[in-house]
Design a binder for this molecule. Structure first.
Ligand SMILES: [Zn+2]
Length: 350
């Protein structure tokens, strides 16, 4: 056995080389949209670092986790004495300074039974400012045998001083075609199903696997797809009312609710992007993959009513909005309002 993560071969090659050449860094940051395998890659790197095979007891090449020794198995389950996992606290959905302080103490101890003491800090963009500042100290003072693995949606959402002290791996979705092949191989699902899921998730394998396991998620996508179509003919007040769904909450469990809203906005934009990319391709008379018969019929009907230029502008507007949502502090509601302001233009021009 070896690395089983799919779609990030370049990253696996580099990480393996770091171990083989004895050039392992103190801190690594894996960034990219959720659902592409950031945490899986970090955990497999942790396995490769602490696999018993590395000290010659089990025959395997250094840099490749055997996936069979006790260390590999325990790390895979995220339960190993020398592995600390830091995730956002459930009540606030953020990583708190107390968690970092506790980690600092743990890291100061020698590894209990492994080569390295490893900390995995997941979704580090949720860390509070004081947690990020405390972590900066951890980065500077971490002992020789400690390795810090961070995951985040994008490096831009972290303190630059943290990013500059990490080896950064910017992960990208595998791409629709590669994801289709990988999904079919991994799960044995039929080719059409693999194509549909990889197209729906823009080639993000982790997300595709989650959809595969959750039929209600597919229903939600259907709803969003149809909302995108009906908003084309909605009045401006109706469109703004839709944008209001993404308004930040100032009461109750605020942070949790606002993260849910941001995720919904992300999913909405991704689904509409899929819709408009297909409309654009049909306008250009290119083939589109069959995602869903109902969607295909509606997309084709829409493509007959709009120009390819208008479709291209919608794609650009959606990509831009998605990018702003992921990399700035602009509120989802404001971004949606700006987007929906011109939403009916393609039909008016068509
Ligand atoms: Zn192993």
């Amino acid at each position: 056995m070896t690395w089983t993560i799919k779609g990030h071969d370049w990253a696996v090659d580099l990480l393996r080389q770091h171990i083989r050449r004895g050039a392992v860094r103190h801190a690594y940051l894996f960034t990219g949209p959720p659902g592409i395998g950031r945490r899986t890659l970090a955990l497999q790197f942790a396995q490769a670092l602490n696999c018993r095979a590395a000290d010659g007891k089990i025959p395997a090449k250094p840099g490749d986790p055997c996936q069979q020794c006790r260390h590999c198995i325990q790390i895979g389950r995220m339960q190993q004495p020398d592995l600390s996992i830091i995730t956002p606290e459930p009540d606030s959905l953020s990583i708190k300074v107390e968690q970092i302080r506790e980690l600092q103490y743990t890291l100061s101890l020698s590894p209990y039974e492994s080569r390295y003491r490893i900390a995995l800090l997941a979704d580090f963009q949720t860390a509070t400012e004081s947690a990020q500042n405390a972590f900066l100290k951890t980065l500077e003072e971490a002992p020789q045998k400690a390795i810090l693995l961070l995951t985040a949606d994008s490096a831009e959402n972290l303190l630059p001083t943290i990013v500059s002290r990490c080896e950064v791996f910017r992960l990208r979705p595998a791409g629709v075609d590669a994801a289709r092949q990988i999904l079919a191989e991994m799960t044995g699902m039929p080719e059409e199903e693999a194509l549909r899921l990889s197209h729906l998730t823009g080639g993000r394998i982790g997300s595709a696997l989650s959809l595969h396991q959750d039929p209600s998620a597919l229903e939600q996508l259907d709803q969003i797809f149809n909302d995108g179509l009906s908003l084309l003919e909605a009045s401006l007040p109706e469109r703004f009312a839709y944008a209001d769904r993404f308004r930040a909450k100032n009461f109750g469990n605020r942070k949790e609710e606002n993260i849910r809203i941001k995720k919904l906005a992300q999913l909405t934009l991704q689904t509409w992007l899929l819709l408009w990319r297909d409309v654009y391709l049909i306008c250009l008379q290119a083939d589109i993959p069959l995602v869903n018969l109902d969607w295909q019929e509606k997309t084709t009907a829409l493509a007959e009513k709009v120009s390819s230029q208008a479709a291209q502008q919608q794609v650009a507007a959606l990509e831009n909005t998605l990018n702003l949502l992921e990399t700035t502090n602009a509120t989802p509601q404001m971004l949606m309002e700006v987007l929906l302001l011109d939403w009916s233009k393609p039909l008016e021009e068509g």
